[in-house]
Design a protein around this ligand. Structure first.
Ligand SMILES: Cc1cc2nc3c(=O)[nH]c(=O)nc-3n(C[C@H](O)[C@H](O)[C@H](O)COP(=O)(O)OP(=O)(O)OC[C@H]3O[C@@H](n4cnc5c(N)ncnc54)[C@H](O)[C@@H]3O)c2cc1C
Length: 443
């Protein structure tokens, strides 16, 4: 049988493509080497956000991790192979290898598809560190499988995963140290954001060592000793989070002429690889490695397979994301530094906790919403630090993606005292500037 589409991998990207194409009446085969759900369900978004929630409940680490695993299974139940097959999608468990541009081999069987979608995701990148081979270490793949309490952890890599988990770990009474090679914390965000979280980590008693220099690891009895520059840290657990590697080596991509580099598979704006019948989506492509981008890629490919003559492009100007830290951080579009580096004429609007009634009544002493507009009040980007930053950014994402000028939000009356009303309050500042411009122009 020739399938309309073979999907390799059933994480957020693969499941989106498969379910969408099935709804459109296509004959689909999913090939998955593990359980469906991918990194997000098993080792990523679900366990990490659940872990953060349980860290606020007062239970101990061991119990919290058991509860996290229950949440993983609750989510995984809704996307397991039975659910997939009940929808009429064929499912084969095994590793897929390309045979030709329309054929893949799994467990010795060859399957043919008019289109093939690579949705094989990513895994933790493991750098070369002297002594690492002598110790056991954690990554996001085994951290949530831990079954015992522990007292100390050194996290190598000061990125989003460490920033999210470290506050929660500290709440469980664990001594946390983060070692980061870079001189600047959260270098992709405005400098004030990195500075804010640096200060917050220090207030919570979490050690952050920037510009840590070469790291060496030694085993001293039961303990692991992590050395860098002139310092050393004795720890029970070592956690590595220094980036992601695309899962593409085992697919035999060279054989059929699909190009890639260590960052991921090369795709055009329609998400076709260098072999046009084969698409690639999600983390195995990048540049943004989030579940919602995996889903977005998936939706584009559904559309491009169903309507090949009116293809849709992947666009990234309106991408938003959240860091589920303490408090949350979120952004859509450009940062202020990015906008300034492009020499754009910008207007920057900010709302702080002292001006935000919702922060005041929520006893929230840290809130900063920043919206960057061009000279015509189009939103170039926005960012938020605060309790519900991940939700607040969705409203700005909607305004930006629909090309609504920021001041137009004054036309939408929001319930008081919600964060929606806080965004509107900031939009009123832009409206004031807009009115001033009109008046001065007429005069
Ligand atoms: C700790 C952590 C927290 C995160 N939190 C968030 C968050 O809060 N929000 C967010 O948006 N994103 C978050 N992410 C990112 C998110 O998990 C990923 O962006 C998302 O899982 C990518 O989906 P995907 O479908 O591209 O790949 P994956 O989810 O990795 O799925 C790929 C699938 O392909 C399978 N596979 C691989 N190779 C083969 C092969 N050769 N044959 C058959 N099957 C194969 C794998 O087994 C896997 O099931 C987090 C990530 C981590 C690590």
């Amino acid at each position: 049988m020739i399938y309309d589409c073979i999907v390799i991998g059933s994480g957020a990207a693969g499941l989106t493509v498969s379910f969408g194409l099935k709804t459109a009446g296509k004959k689909i085969l999913i090939i998955e080497r593990d359980e469906p759900g991918g990194e997000c369900t098993w080792n990523g978004c679900i366990p990490s956000k659940s872990f953060i929630s349980y860290s606020k409940t007062g239970i101990d680490l061991k119990v919290a991790l058991e509860k996290v695993r229950e949440k993983i299974f609750e989510i995984a139940r809704a996307e397991n192979s039975d659910v997939i097959m009940k929808k009429g999608i064929d499912f084969v468990k095994g590793k897929a290898v390309f045979i030709s541009k329309t054929e893949v081999k799994v467990n010795g069987e060859i399957y043919s598809g008019k289109n093939i979608v690579i949705a094989t995701g990513s895994r933790p990148y493991i750098p070369k560190i002297s002594g690492l081979e002598k110790v056991e270490f954690l990554t996001n793949e085994n951290f949530f499988k831990e079954t015992d309490n522990f007292k100390s952890i050194v996290m190598i890599g000061g990125g989003v995963i460490s920033l999210e988990l470290s506050f929660a770990l500290k709440k469980f009474g664990i001594d946390v140290t983060i070692l980061e090679l870079g001189k600047r914390f959260l270098p992709m965000e405005d400098i004030e954001v990195g500075d804010f979280y640096k200060e917050k980590l220090s207030q919570e008693g979490i050690k952050l060592i920037l510009d840590c220099g070469e790291i060496k690891i030694e085993k001293h009895g039961e303990k692991t000793v992590v050395k860098c520059a002139e310092r050393e840290f004795e720890t029970e657990k070592l956690f590595l989070s220094v980036g992601r590697a695309a899962n593409l080596e085992e697919l035999d991509l060279e054989k059929i002429g699909i190009k890639f580099d260590k960052k991921g598979i090369f795709v055009n704006k329609y998400l076709q690889t260098t072999v046009k019948e084969v698409y690639a989506v999600g983390d195995v492509v990048g540049p943004y490695r989030f579940s919602h981008i995996a889903g977005y890629h998936g939706e584009i490919v559904i559309r491009n397979i169903i309507f090949p003559y009116i293809k849709k492009k992947a666009e990234y100007e309106n991408i938003s994301w959240a860091i589920f830290s303490n408090p949350e951080f979120s952004r859509v579009g450009m940062s202020e530094e990015e906008a300034r580096s492009k020499n754009l004429r910008i207007r920057v609007y900010t709302l702080l906790e002292s001006e935000n009634d919702r922060s005041i009544v929520s006893l929230e002493n840290q809130f900063k919403l920043k919206v960057i507009c061009d000279s015509k009040f189009n939103i170039l980007g926005a960012s938020c630090i605060g309790e519900r930053a991940g939700e607040i950014i969705n409203l700005l994402q909607l305004l930006k993606s629909q090309n609504l000028k920021f001041y137009k939000m004054v036309n939408s009356v929001q319930a008081y005292p919600t964060y929606g009303d806080s965004v509107r309050k900031l939009a009123k500042k832009a409206y004031g500037d807009y009115l001033k411009e009109i008046i001065s122009f007429k005069l």
